[in-house]
Structures are given as C-alpha cells and as structure tokens.
Design a protein around this ligand. Structure first.
Ligand code: ZN
Length: 240
C-alpha cells in the first residue's frame, strides 16, 4: 500500500524557529539543506544540533587523530552552514562518540539529554527536523531516540519532520514507514539545490581524498550525493 503523501513548497512552512538534528556533520546538508536554505531566505531562525563527533569515519588513518578529525568536521559543518545561508545560526556540538552513542539511561546519555532539554527551553523550536526513526544507521536511530526522549522529558510538542539518509539504499522492509505511522512530505527545493550541493561539498573529509591514508575509510559516493541533492527533499511527518 502506498503511504499518503503531500507535495509542498517551503513557503508553506510557517515555523519561525527550527531545530535541525544532525547525527553527523553532513546530515544537515544531505538531509535538510534544501529546506534550510529555502527557509533561511525567508528569515527563519535555526539552531543546529550535531549529535556525534563524526570521528569514526577514518579509523585507520595514521596522520589524522580522532581529535583532529573531530575538529575538521566541526569546521566543515560551520562552512556548510555558511553555504546554506545560516552562518549566524546557533549550533551545539554534543560530541558523542561516532558509532558508539551511549545507551538510554546511561550517565552520558542523561547528560546529553539534559543539554537538549536546556536547548529546547532556550530556543523554543516550533519545528524539529530530525533523522527518520528507523534510518538504517545506529547513530541516526540513536539520535532520533535521544531527541524524542528529550522532547518527552521537556513536555514539548513542536511539529516534527523526519528525514531519511540511508533508508532507500540500506533499509529492510521493517525500516520503512508503516501504515498509519507517517505522511510523506515532499518539498520543492529546486531554488536551493546549488546551495545544498555546495554545503554538501563543504564536508571535504567525507567527499574528497583529503584523508588519503586509510583505504577502509568512509566516503560519500557520487550516487548517494546525487540521490539526496535532487529537486525535491523528502520528509516523514509522524501521525499522532
Ligand atoms: Zn549520518
């Protein structure tokens, strides 16, 4: 059964304060860059929550330590935000360990969740863009869970739109939205594609041979970038 879907223009989004949750630096551009760039032109406010440190992408590199890679990825994230037109947006780097986020209820998870609860109180978002709850990457699922728990703890109920990065390539049947779970929302982001691609390219540690001494390293493929930087951007709007 085909899930329900809507096609919208970004101008139909009325939210004024938008929290963007990125499990890794680059997800904000690949997943949400079109909508961010479009709404930035309309003067909307943004805060970006980068959940993990992104430090696991090149574990075999001898020349790049984890701390150096973490710093590089934060520079790339800030560059990407500038290219999306939100250079002055607030940002929080939680720096949880990439591919090894703390389990729910652990001391580290409680501390991270408390920071998000405080952020929700300070920024008061009326829209949260976050990863699809069953996107097939552990950090994406754990980031959804962390933010979902923080929203519940704070008793805040902004609109949510969930974006999938890996679902189409790697998802199993059970990872996809179930009947009655969510409505697909497709935004026309043609006017923002150039900015979105430029922002994606700001993540040079993930898209180029900047770190060349790790043959096992992660690299975003051209086909993945092409798939995620087209004229429309897809989200899932959860049903109550
Ligand atoms: Zn990611």
């Amino acid at each position: 059964m085909t899930p329900p879907s809507l096609s919208l223009h970004p101008k139909s989004v009325t939210a004024e304060r938008i929290l963007v949750v990125a499990p890794h630096p680059d997800d904000e551009s690949l997943g949400c860059g079109g909508l961010v760039a479009s709404l930035a032109c309309l003067g909307r406010q943004f805060h970006f929550l980068f959940v993990t440190d992104g430090g696991a992408s090149h574990p075999g590199s001898a020349s790049w330590t984890r701390s150096a890679l973490r710093a590089q990825r934060e520079i790339e994230a800030s560059d990407a935000l500038s290219r999306l037109g939100v250079h002055d947006a607030g940002r929080t780097f939680l720096r949880l360990p990439d591919a090894a986020m703390p389990s729910s209820g652990s001391e580290a998870e409680v501390a991270a969740r408390t920071r998000i609860v405080d952020l929700l109180a300070d920024f008061d978002p009326d829209l949260v863009l976050l990863p699809w709850r069953r996107d097939p990457h552990c950090d994406h699922r754990d980031s959804w869970l962390l933010v979902d728990r923080a929203l519940r703890q704070a008793d805040r109920h902004p609109r949510r739109l969930e974006y999938a990065i890996w679902l189409d390539e790697l998802g199993a049947d059970g990872d996809h939205p179930r009947v009655g779970e969510a409505v697909q929302v497709s935004f026309d982001v043609r006017s923002a594609v150039v900015a979105k691609r430029a922002a994606t390219e700001a993540h040079i540690s993930q898209t180029t041979a900047l770190i060349a001494d790790d043959p096992t390293a992660f690299r975003l493929t051209t086909s993945t970038i092409e798939r995620l930087t087209g004229p429309s951007e897809i989200y899932w709007s959860p049903l109550p």
